[in-house]
Design a protein around this ligand. Structure first.
Ligand SMILES: Nc1ncnc2c1ncn2[C@@H]1O[C@H](COP(=O)(O)OP(=O)(O)OP(=O)(O)O)[C@@H](O)[C@H]1O
Ligand SMILES: [Mg+2]
Length: 270
């Protein structure tokens, strides 16, 4: 099926190590007549962390969902690791990927949600090995070994046989991170990973994310944890009404916001 996106001047990029991990070029998304993203242009280089902030309804989650093609963009282009997300380009025209191909693209992108979405009837270990064994067809023994390594990394080596309901929210979220990492993603997306947690549990999850960033993972993080954004992010983007109002070095944006809308938002949350 031909996409609703007209061909534009952008050349298709072959996968190249210096290419950004994520490149959004005037990305638009509508739900019916509601325009939610109105031309988002952003780049995340390999190994960089981008934090997204903005008021409720500004389109942050929608943008994340477009990056891993849970939503189809209506206009503009989105590339992950040099590949056009959800489309194939041939003879200057865009064709929507077959769902199977789209799913394959999505496998390389880990996503962590506000509400951990663990399988409640499976143990922690079973949660972590589910996708590697079912989707990637990795041998169970290998998946278990890798899961144990990842659970140790997020500080939960002793919880492998527990069920999600037996864990605190912070522990469940760390399992969700280990589960996403078990697919060896090249990009991790986080949608308000700590906003459902009791304040005393926020730090342990941010600690794991900080370690992940330090290990070189490319990350896009929707969060209102400004301490994390200031210290860990390479770039902070403030979204409002479906546009990026301003983006830049987090310390700069936070200390010296250029736009009234950013100032007003920051004064409400800081
Ligand atoms: N599937 C959908 N169908 C219709 N409208 C939607 C859908 N998903 C999101 N929207 C609308 O798109 C707008 C942006 O939503 P989105 O969830 O991206 O905002 P957000 O910035 O993540 O907000 P929050 O901070 O509350 O999570 C909202 O007006 C929302 O109601
Ligand atoms: Mg959201």
């Amino acid at each position: 099926m031909s996409a609703a996106i007209g061909p534009d001047s952008t050349d298709s990029i072959a996968t190249d190590p210096s290419a950004p991990m994520v490149r959004a070029d005037r990305v638009c998304k509508n739900f019916g007549s509601l325009q939610v993203l109105k031309g988002i242009s952003l780049e995340v280089k390999r190994g960089e962390v981008l934090c997204l902030i903005g008021p409720s309804g500004s389109g942050k989650s929608t943008f994340l969902r477009c990056i891993n093609h849970l939503e189809v963009v209506n206009a503009g282009r989105l590339y992950v690791d040099g590949d056009l997300v959800g489309y194939r380009e041939a003879n200057g025209k865009l064709y929507e990927l077959h769902p199977r191909e789209a799913a394959k693209q999505r496998r390389d992108i880990g996503m962590v949600f506000q509400h951990f979405n663990l399988f409640p009837h499976r143990t922690v270990l079973e949660n972590v090995i589910e996708a590697p064994t079912q989707v990637k067809k990795i041998r169970k023994a290998d998946a278990v070994a890798r899961a144990e390594e990842l659970l140790a990394r997020v500080g939960l080596a002793d919880k492998a046989d527990s069920y999600p309901a037996q864990l605190s929210g912070g522990q469940q979220q760390r399992v969700a991170i280990a589960r996403a990492l078990a697919m060896d993603p090249k990009l991790m997306l986080f949608d308000e990973p700590t906003s459902a947690l009791d304040p005393e549990l926020v730090g342990e999850v941010l600690g794991v994310m900080r370690e992940l960033a330090a290990s070189g993972m490319t990350m896009v993080v929707v969060t209102h944890e400004m301490g994390f954004a200031r210290e860990v992010a390479d770039q902070l983007a403030f979204m409002d009404g479906g546009v990026v109002v301003e983006a830049g070095d987090p310390r700069e944006v936070l200390a010296n916001p250029q736009h009234d809308r950013t100032k007003a938002f920051l004064s409400r949350i800081l």
